[in-house]
Design a protein around this ligand. Structure first.
Ligand code: PSU
Ligand code: MN
Length: 306
């Protein structure tokens, strides 16, 4: 554990880490900015239960009153879900000022990795990561998540990246940063709502044991980078490709027309795609998060065994 006065690890999580028991980190931006209330809170609580059912302790991460919290209560999750986009979306650049001021912040993949690492948590489950946005050649909109994956040794289990991003450029960037992109049971990068993207992953791995062994090898040789595990949405919950592609194209066009940019872009696109698909994309989103939580918990269990 990299202790500092801002870090506040809840007792159950601290005890599990100290005893070498499996723990899985979860982010809070997916709650406040990634899904509407009340599905966001229901999903966050259900995900914690899935992690417990698979033998690990959940640690939902957020910034509350200037403290970097690892492990939230159900009341705190409800608070983040209700406050939604009124909560500050906190990336790496925001940590210092928010904590000095004693404010709240919803942690993205980036900040959840940072705080998980401080607390000694190695495995983190989420829905999707940020990446290189379409048009980044001129906007330079590249998520800080990619930088963090390059410098913080935490495994992130996600369902690939959405095609709101430029998936090819996202893979190029990850390669530059030295981040292995693993396909869980697949050779193809999943595209979040669909199992196919047309892009290959670096390695296919089929079991939680092998995921744990690969991550441990990097850790033991002192590599500081993270590992990205992309876990395809179960077939029965995937969206028809034509439907999701049309919704994403329309959402991106509206985003450009409205001049939305910076940290507002991803939340806008997520909400608009959910509206345009009449909630179908939200249902898929919830299912793929459940699936990622299960794989992350199984991998955390395997990591602690060997
Ligand atoms: N992708 C999703 N759902 C999410 C996010 C991304 O499918 O909730 C959130 C995550 O917290 C991710 C953040 O770290 O958006 C990336 O934001 P940006 O593109 O502004 O870096
Ligand atoms: Mn951005």
């Amino acid at each position: 554990m990299l202790m500092n006065k801002y870090l506040d690890v809840n007792p159950e999580v601290a005890e599990a880490i100290a005893a070498g028991k499996p723990v899985v980190a979860l982010e809070s931006t997916i709650i406040s900015h990634g899904m509407p209330y009340p599905q966001n809170v229901e999903t966050a609580l259900a995900v914690e239960q899935i992690i417990r059912d698979n033998g690990a302790v959940p640690a939902t991460i957020a910034i509350i009153g200037g403290k970097l919290k690892a492990g939230l209560t159900a009341e705190e999750i409800e608070y983040f879900g209700k406050k939604g986009q009124a909560i500050h979306k906190a990336s790496r650049r925001d940590l210092a000022v928010l904590c000095a001021r004693g404010e709240d912040g919803a942690t993205t993949v980036t900040t959840t990795m940072i705080i998980a690492h401080m607390a000694g948590i190695k495995i983190f489950a989420t829905g999707g990561i940020g990446g290189v946005h379409r048009g980044a050649e001129t906007t330079m909109d590249i998520s800080a998540d990619l930088e963090e994956l390059g410098q913080t040794p935490v495994m992130v289990v996600c369902a690939g990246a959405k095609s709101i991003l430029d998936l090819g450029l996202t893979l190029e960037y990850l390669e530059t940063k030295g981040v292995p992109v693993i396909g869980y049971g697949t050779e193809e990068l999943p595209a979040f709502y669909t199992r196919q993207s047309g892009f290959g992953v670096d390695y296919r791995i089929d079991t939680p044991e092998e995921l744990a062994a690969a991550f441990k090898a990097g850790h033991e040789m002192g590599l500081k980078s993270g590992m990205l595990v992309t876990n395809p949405i179960p077939e029965e919950f995937a969206m028809p490709k034509a439907v999701i592609d049309a919704a994403i194209d329309q959402a991106i066009a509206e985003c450009n027309e409205k001049g939305i940019h910076g940290k507002e872009t991803t939340p806008f696109l997520l909400a608009r795609v959910a509206e345009l698909t009449g909630g179908d994309s939200l249902a898929s989103n919830i299912r793929l998060v459940f699936n990622n939580a299960k794989v992350a918990a199984q991998t955390a269990v395997a990591y602690c065994k060997n």
